[in-house]
Design a protein around this ligand. Structure first.
Ligand code: BES
Ligand code: ZN
Length: 880
């Protein structure tokens, strides 16, 4: 058992540091085993601090300290104290002074991939959230902003490329040696988490852009040598992002260069270091034969996201890590808007809501629930969560809905004007929204501080004689760990009253008159809205566009839902009606045999959409995607048998596929590839529909489905086609599946990103042997515990993408994942903790599964040297 129980850090304990750091000069002598770091800091007492004469306590971890000097004078041993996590100097001058520190670190021993490490022979850094302290002693917290100058010295032949933040100032050989150096200067004050350094023998592609005020900016993307031809798509995305931020938010880029580096070992997707973004290479590299449509879409979105941080995150940063959603939620909102403008807004909204439901709702309804702005954490790395990111983005979207797009834009301008160069709080952002719109957002603020997904129950009554429609709404947020009582939230709800001809009836709300924006605001626990002049009984279309991240229950009859599925003017709610009906069918199928007529009616409604020549292929594909097994399990809520859920879902899909067989065949014929691969929205949509049809056919008629998939694989048109075919095949247990996976592996054995796809497909393979397959793959020569992408593909692919396998009744799925968590914890605790979140939904399962999962969680907790990261996640899940 872990004896030293880690203590939480609390928001209420925030204090400014007693000293400020104005400038930082860093000098790196790079060497894989012993890198020397010379740091020279200009410090002064912080006028905002109430502590006079306080000791200077800097953060540091896994460093060897060589020397410390103040104003050029070396400190004697008794004048400072080194502990595992800090360097303390008892007495420092109470006026500006210079602190010089020399430390050594070992980048090649850094398997946590935090701080300075080596990936594929390249030196790189990852400092968010607390990695800078593994490079040198520092106030490693975001409210300490300083100007950095960085000198990097390394072997010239091994590391010809030397990069850091800001603008390049100097690069030259060091005479008489095999070494060279470069100097970089970043004119913008920044927190330490945005520091970055890269050195290596990298290939690169270059381009440029002129900003809206006419300043030229050089763009560079650095990758493993030989992969330069895979950077074109990423480069286009950089340029598009820069343009969009100028046009939509009036934000111009501020340095002379913008560089991106792609590395194969990276804990996260990508990182927004000032002027030097570092990416997981799977989010940069793309050619039609190596990347899927989804990869192309992800690359564009993630490049945009990291670029947008330059204003929302870097120029204005976070006061402390509790404010993480200030930068992440807002930047996700901005990248969602970018993708909506670049591609289809309707499709983007639906896919974002799918992600929210698949990731955030389960988190918010389980043991890991926390507010978008948490008030305590043990390990900050555990709080880069769907709640902080996706719910954080939903909150920004709701503010835009409430105050309107024009006021929202003014509020953003005000935010940049007021807080540029500062470390801000969530309150600061919301104040700008309130000030720019004149609206009171104090109740709204609870979205940031209260956890849990609100449930809204809607009941509509039509009074034909008075031509009135009365909508009564009730809100309730279920309790979450540590938060029994919930306050009512301020909930904006898009609304339409749909007439029988499919047209919207004008909204004439009693007390307000005609509504300009079709949005009502629920603020009380229970509230009624009366609409006048409603000429006929309408079908209620509520929470249009998913204006609020809630669970909505309404008394809408199945007939009305079928009608909305075909006729709602709001495409989101057309999809939503289909999801609601599909979910009801599957839950019913878990409980007993389904009546043929309910399925037939659903199939008819689907067919109408699929055969509508005016409808978008991407929308059709989304309509074919029925609610996931985890969503159904969550809706059932307790005593869930995951095998029964899986069988019910596949059963419904198989029967629907049979009823739609002709339509699916038609789609299959019509969507075969006409020419070379193109990642544009229309082609992407066509392939999405093609593969959604294949996936349904695979269950409806496995012979036919397999034949289609194998044909697709014999002469694959693109990586999208290969993955589309294989993803359909993994659903069924047939020898062709194994052959197809083997030949994919052989065909792509030299491509690490494609081997990751192969691992993921294996993790998703349905069948009684699933846990065993995972265990076997951990011993495959292509699997590596130290590469996060491989671990995520295999284990997150299994916990999230193979519900029956992970939740196998004999506990073997849990066991193989628990083994992996224990093994990984010694290598990379951040990654181990992420895998551990896969257990978060086990409370809804039946007792045999629940106790099997609990046994594994307790086995993990019994490990004496367990990291804080895994301890925090597993103890929370095991507690309830
Ligand atoms: N700032 C994060 C990266 C990060 C997260 C670094 C956690 C260290 C710890 C970055 O901006 C980010 O949010 N990346 C996302 C992708 C994005 C498109 C949501 C990621 O890496 O998953
Ligand atoms: Zn981010």
């Amino acid at each position: 058992m872990k004896t030293d129980i880690p203590q939480p850090i609390r928001l209420e304990d925030y204090r400014p540091t007693p000293y400020l750091i104005d400038t930082v000069e860093l000098d790196f002598r790079l060497d894989p085993e012993t890198t020397q770091v010379f740091s020279r800091l200009a410090l002064r007492p912080n006028p905002a601090s109430s502590e006079a004469n306080a000791p200077l306590i800097l953060d540091g971890e896994k460093l060897s300290l060589v020397s410390v000097k103040i104003d050029g004078e070396p400190l004697a041993e008794g004048q400072y104290r080194v502990e595992a996590q800090s360097l303390t100097i008892g007495h420092v001058p109470q006026h500006p002074f210079t602190l010089e520190i020399e430390t050594h670190c070992n980048p090649s021993a850094n398997t946590e991939l935090s701080g300075l490490y080596v990936s594929g022979g390249i030196f790189c850094t990852q400092c968010e959230a607390e990695g800078f302290r593994r490079i040198t002693y520092f106030y490693d917290r975001p409210d300490v902003m300083a100007r950095y100058t960085v000198r990097i010295e390394a072997d010239q032949a091994l590391y010809p490329v030397l990069l850091s933040n800001g603008n390049p100032r100097q690069q030259s050989a060091i005479g008489g040696t095999c070494r060279h150096f470069a100097v970089w200067e970043d004119p913008f004050p920044k927190p330490s988490y945005l520091f970055a350094l890269v050195a290596g023998d990298l290939g690169s592609v270059h381009d440029g852009i002129t900003t809206c005020s006419g300043r030229p900016v050089s763009l560079g993307i650095y990758v493993q040598k030989g992969k330069e031809d895979r950077c074109q798509w990423a480069m286009e995305a950089v340029k598009a992002s820069m343009r969009w931020d100028e046009e939509r938010f009036g934000r111009e880029y501020d340095l002379d260069v913008f560089n991106i580096v792609a590395v194969p070992d990276f804990n996260m997707g990508a990182m927004e270091n000032k002027g030097l973004n570092v990416f997981n290479d799977k989010y940069i590299l793309a050619l039609p034969g190596t990347a899927t449509d989804q990869d192309y879409v992800n690359i564009e979105a993630i490049i945009a996201h990291e670029y947008f941080h330059n204003w929302t995150g870097n120029r204005i940063t976070c006061r402390d890590w509790f404010q993480l959603c200030l930068k992440e939620g807002l930047t996700v909102f901005r990248d969602q808007e970018f993708t909506s403008d670049m591609r289809s807004r309707a499709v983007k909204r639906i896919t974002d809501v799918k992600t929210l439901r698949a990731r955030q709702f389960p988190e918010d309804g389980g043991p890991l629930a926390h507010p978008p702005r948490p008030s305590a954490y043990i390990e900050i790395n555990n709080f880069y969560t769907p709640t902080v990111y996706e719910k954080g983005a939903e909150i920004c979207r709701m503010m835009q809905t409430l105050i309107g797009p024009d006021a929202f834009r003014s509020a953003m301008d005000l935010y940049f004007e007021r807080h540029d160069g500062e470390a801000a709080t969530v309150e600061d952002l919301v104040s700008c929204m309130a000030d720019a719109s004149g609206r009171d957002l104090s109740q709204f603020f609870r979205w940031y501080t209260q956890a849990g997904t609100p449930q809204v129950v809607a009941e509509g009554v039509y009074d034909a004689s008075r031509k009135q429609y009365t909508l009564t709404l009730e809100q309730r947020t279920p309790p979450t760990p540590g938060e029994e009582e919930k306050q009512p939230l301020h909930i904006p709800l898009g609304i339409g009253l749909v007439a029988q001809d499919g047209e919207d009836i004008p909204l004439d709300l009693e007390g307000l008159g005609r509504l300009n924006a079709p949005v009502i605001e629920l603020t009380g626990r229970r509230q009624s809205f009366r609409f006048n002049n409603v000429r006929q009984r309408p079908a209620l279309s509520l929470n249009r566009g998913f204006t609020a991240p809630i669970r909505l229950e309404s008394n809408l009859a199945a007939a009305d839902q079928l009608f909305l599925m075909g006729h709602d003017n709001d495409s989101f709610n057309r999809w939503e009606a289909g999801q609601g009906l599909g979910r009801a069918l599957m839950i019913a199928a878990c409980r007993g045999p389904l009546p043929e007529d309910s399925l037939a009616a659903y199939a008819r409604a689907l067919r109408q959409i699929l055969e509508d020549p005016a409808a978008d292929d991407a929308f059709k594909a989304l309509m074919l995607g029925l609610p996931s097994e985890s969503e159904i399990a969550a809706a059932i809520g307790s005593n869930v048998d995951t095998d029964a859920v899986h069988a019910a879902r596949d059963g419904v899909r198989a029967r629907l596929g049979k009823l739609l067989a002709d339509t699916l065949s038609g789609i299959w014929q019509r969507t075969s590839e006409p020419g070379p691969y193109r990642p544009d929205p229309a082609s992407t949509a066509r392939r999405a529909l093609r593969h959604a049809s294949l996936s349904l056919m695979m269950l409806a008629d496995p012979d036919q489905g397999t034949a289609w998939a194998m044909a697709e694989l014999t002469a694959p048109h693109s990586m999208s086609a290969e993955i589309g075919a294989l993803s359909a095949l993994v659903q069924i247990e047939r020898p062709e599946r194994e052959d197809a996976l083997d030949s994919f592996h052989d065909r792509h054995s030299g491509e690490h990103l494609l081997i990751d796809k192969w691992l993921l497909l294996n993790a998703q393979c349905i069948g009684p042997e699933a846990p065993l397959r995972i265990e076997r793959l951990t011993r495959h020569p292509d699997f590596r515990w130290s590469t996060p992408n491989k671990v995520y593909a295999l284990f997150a692919g299994f916990t999230a993408g193979n519900v029956p396998g992970f939740n196998a009744a004999d506990g073997s799925g849990y066991r193989v994942v628990a083994d992996a968590i224990l093994r990984l914890d010694a290598v990379n605790p951040q990654v181990a903790a992420r895998i551990a979140t896969g257990f978060r939904s086990c409370k809804v399962l039946n007792s045999i599964r629940k106790s099997a999962a609990e046994a594994e969680l307790n086995r993990i907790l019994a490990e004496p040297s367990l990291s804080r990261d895994v301890f925090e996640i597993v103890s929370k899940i095991a507690r309830v």
